[in-house]
Design a binder for this molecule. Sequence first.
Ligand SMILES: [Cu+2]
Length: 662
Amino acid sequence: MKKRSYIQYLSVPFAVLATLASCQNKDVKTVVEGNVTDQVYVAPGEYDEFYAFLSGGFSGQITAYGLPSGRLLKEIPVFSVYPENGYGYSEETKAMFNTSYGVIPWDDSHHIELSQTDGEFDGRWLFVNGNNTPRIARIDLTTFETVEILEIPDVAGLHCAPFVTENSEYLVSGTRFSLPIPQKDVPISSYKENFTGLINYVSVDAKTGEMDLAFQISMPGFNYDLARNGKGKSHGWSFLTTYNSEQAHTLLEVNASQKDKDLMAIINWKKAEEYLKQGKFTERTTSYFHNLIDEKTGIAASQEMKTTRIIDPKECPGMVYFIPVPKSPHGCDVDPSGEYIVGNGKLSADMSIYSFDKLMAAIESNDFAGDIDGIPVINYESGLHGILTKPGLGPLHTEFDGKGFAYTTFFISSEVVKWNVEKLEVVDRQSTFYSPGHLVIPGGETKKPFGKYLVAMNKITKDRYLPTGPELAHSAQLFDISGDKMKLLLDFPTKGEPHYAQAIPASKIQPNCKKFYKIEENKHPYVAKGEGQAKVERKGNEVHVYMTAIRSHLAPDNIEGVKVGDKVYFHVTNLEQDWDVPHGFAMQGAATAEILIMPGQTRTLLWEPGSVGIYAYYCTDFCSALHQEMSGYMRVSAQDSNVPLRWSLGENIEDKVEIPES
Ligand SMILES: [Cu+2]
């Protein structure tokens, strides 16, 4: 296949492309040189060296892979309901999808951010943004479960999120689409007068990881695209790329491509903290939801938040600056030293690399080319470390190897280019298959990258895998970057659109991984901590079944006295205290398929029987040789029947005492 045909799909002006170097269309079969099997083969019984977390894009999830094998380890449901374990269906997790727009059981997950301490991954939490309904989620890396989701108010398309600061003080995000704030019914053509962009700072509790919207900064109505925070000498600063500085509101592919350059926003968040302390903010009434799982009960609860604090740069000098950046920028990446910031334009032949020291000197000496809405614009040349000229077509994202080199993906010319950050020289290029978006080097955005592997996440995979109808799997490609030249090692298919990823040494997560929940610490209100506590209770038309699961039976396994019109809550506690022994629970005719209950955990399935009869329930996770026998029956009677409420296990239900209705 001809890679250049992709150009036809893109709306990049041809004149721009024609002047640029074209890629070599290498023969696919000869790209892998020599035998690289040894480098990616992880023998049975051995572990991978790294965990890689890939966002699922439009699947709303995250997938964990092992590197270098590319083996899929787990799918972690985040913003979308998940049939495998009942996330979003179980009564405990339903509240995770509450938002100011109602229950939203779907989203588009984009950027993975691992928590950091002193500029290095600490293996505690994983953060990811929901792009469509603006949200940020936190995953606990001891359990690989989503434990918190915070909505971000008054923004749209939260693509620019959730970028972590050096000690996880904040997660920084910016609105992709500016909006009227507060929302109002205005002509779209009044964009320039009525639309505002917000940059949001979510604080992270250093002990618990709990998130809180600390403040928002009101900005001109541009599109905020991507960000990184400073590290080392630039700690305390955030860098965000923005496009559509034309403030167009229609046919952006043309109308937001008018000017020669766009802008990078530079924010001193320590200064913002000072202004916050001085009370220089406006408190705004709005609505957004904070959903948090209680560690002791395992139950999510939602809180509607009603105020937010907005800081206006016009009233807070020294807090926000702009500098021109090549047209339609995407990536905005800070090198491990914190000195260099890579800004690149998708529509530019060159990449601009900024120097933090020079930016600070320019600010110090008021070296400005004017201002936009009271925000000073630093003179382009004054902030530049230099320009990397014509490295490829359509530069997107850059990561670093910790040895002085940067690696940038080129979407249009389908390649990864390695270049020397100090000298601004290209030193190597490798084709990808095809059209890479993000790339990741384990630790590549931290102070200490593990410059051994690079994974390119490609948008198109034509001809790489066996065809699967009109849709093909997206692709991750693993490169060895330990030597002077990059070496392609492996392709592996991914779930959804692997938007961004981060990878961390397994040694930082593996020792802390939880094996089971301690049953004595289970504070769920409907827990049954042993079969002696299994029971059925009626409260009006609600029936609560306190059920236990242990190899190889469910208790109780005979239940009578349930009526049509009841709401039956199966609270199933998995009594196992052993690693990797979940039990499942499914009820015939239930509107949701099943729940999966981890050892020591309680999960609840709601079932509303619609007609009389005998219904079977069973364990869905093949847990023992007698798994098929792990089942039970429920008898459902007419609404006006007088069948008593009874339950049993291992004895005739007729011998059980009748329970009077309460
Ligand atoms: Cu089972």
